[in-house]
Design a protein around this ligand. Sequence first.
Ligand code: GLU
Length: 588
Amino acid sequence: MLKTVTRRLGALFFALALSACAASSTTSTRTRETRPTGEAMAVAANPHAVEAALEILREGGSAVDAAIAAELVLGLVEPQSSGIGGGGFLLFYDGQSERLTGYDGREWAPAAASPTQFLDARGRPMPFLDAQASGRAVGVPLLIPMLKLAHEDHGRLPWARLFEPAIRLAENGFEVSPRLSRLIAAAGDRGRLRADFVTRAYFFDREGAPLPVGAVLRNAAYATTLRAIAAQGPSAMTQGPIADSIVAAARRNPRGGSLTLQDLQTAQPRRVEPVCGAYRVYRACTMPAPSSGNATLAILGLYERARPNPGGAQNADDWAAFLWASRLAYADRDHYMADDQFVPTPTQELIAPDYLTSRAALIDLSRAPTQVSAGQPAGPELYERWGRDAGDDNGTTHISIIDAWGNAVAMTATVESAFGAQRMASGFLLNNQLTDFAFDPMLNGRPVANALAPLKRPRSSMSPMIVLDRDDELELVIGSPGGSSIIGYVARTTIGILDWNLSPQDAINLANITARNSPANAEPARLPPGIGEELTRRGWEFRDTSAIEDSGIHAIRVTPNGFVGGADPRREGIVGRIAPAVEARVAR
Ligand code: GLU
C-alpha cells in the first residue's frame, strides 16, 4: 500500500520541486538545494521526543536517525522508562528493498554474575524491591551500541547531529511532566530513589520533596556524556570516565554488583533476523529470543483460527477468542522462552501453522478455560517454568516512526523497572534488567530456562512489531511498554486495527485486557457495552486494573490517505506528522 502512496506523492513532489527551483533562482547570494520529501510520522511517549524526531526527519534524516534523536531525548525527559544506561530492540523496515532487520540491544549479565545472586542466605528469592534497586541487577547497557549499529546500516545524517536536540534540552532544561513527577514521588515513597545520593540530588529538591510538575530540570552531566558519545561513538561508554562511572555505580554498596570494564567491552549488540508469522493476508514480524515477542504472533495466529470471520469490537466471541489465544500463548511463552544462545528455544516451532492449529482446537468460545498448560511444540526438550510474575511496570518506552522514503522503525527501549536500578552514572540511570531473569535457577528439581548465567540475556516481553501486507509493503508499525502485558497490548491493538477496522487511536483507547493467568487484568470502563458482562457469564474472571494499566501503545498505520497514528492516552505521548511537501534547504 505504501508504494501507491509514494507514487502518488512522487508526482506532487515533482510539481512542488519545480516551483521551489523557480523561487530559488531569485536568490543570488545563496545556493538553494531542493530536496523532495514525502510524508513522515513519529509517535513517542513525550512531546519533546517527537519534536526531536520531526526536527531530524525535516532535515532529511531517516527513520533510524529520528529514532536515535527521539530516544536520546526520552532518556532525559522520561528517564523512568528508558535511556542509554539500558537496552532495547529495534526493528527496521527498508522501504526500498522491503526487507526487515532486527537489532538486539538487550543487556548481558556480567561475567562474574551468579545464578543464585538474587537468593538470600537461606536460598529464598530476595524481596523484589531489594533486587531491583541494586547494583546486582545491572546488565551491560547496549542501547548506544545497538543504535550505532542501526545507524551504520540505515543512517542518513551524521551520528553527532542526532545528539543535538537532547544536548540542547539537557542544557536549557525541560519542565518535569505530570507522569515523571508522579513516578518520582512513588519511587521516593518506596524509599529507593531517595536512598542513593546521586538520584536524590537529581530528582528531589533540597528538602527532599519530589520535583513537582513544571519544575525545570537541567542535566549538565547528561549533556557532557552525550557530547562524548557523539564524538567518540559507543567506545565512550566502554572505556574512560563514563565507563568508570558506570562500573563504580553498579558496584556501589548496598547490594553492589559485579560489573567490570571488561564486561562493558565484551557485550555486543546483534543484527538478527526478525521472527514473522502469517496473520490473515498479512505478515507480522517482531523480535526473536531473548524477546518472547513470538507470543504476540501466536496470539494473532490463534485468534485468526478461532475467528476466521471476526465480528468486531462489539462482539463477545471476538473478545473470548482473544482471551483464549492469550492464555494459550502466554502459557507457552512462560514455559519455553529464554535466551536462545543458552537454552534451546522453540521460537519458530511455537508459531508453526500446524502447531497453532492444534493449540486452537482447545478453544471453546462458550466458556473460559479452567486450566491452561504449555503445549508440546516440535523441537527441544521441556524446560521448567520461568516462575516469576513480572507484573506491569513503568520502565519502558516505545517509538514508531516512518520516514519520507517509506522506511520504518519500531523500537522498544527500557531500563526495566521505573528508574531502573535507581542508580545514576554520568547523568543517566542504570538498568535493573537482570531482574528479568528467574530468581531461582531450579524449580521442582529441574533447571529453569530463564535462569541467570554469566553473559546471558534475560528474557524480554518487548515486542516492537511491523506488519506487512501481501506484497511486503508496510501496513502497521506498533509496540508498547508494559512488562509481560506488552504481548497482550500489542496483539489486542493489532487485532483492533486490522480486524475490527478501528483507527489506531480508537484501537489504543479500547480496553486493555490481558489474560496471562486468571483472573485476567482488565479496564472494564473501556470495554464496549455488555462485553464484560457476557465474558463474565461465560466464566472469565477479571481484576479491575484500570488504575494501574500502564501501556504506552504507539502505532502508525499506512492508509491510501496517508499515515494515521495513535498515541496511548495512558501515558504522555503524541503523534507528530510531517505533511507531504518540499523543503527548500539553504546551503551556504
Ligand atoms: N524489562 C521488560 C522486558 O524487557 C519490560 C519492562 C516494561 O515494559 O516496563 O520485557
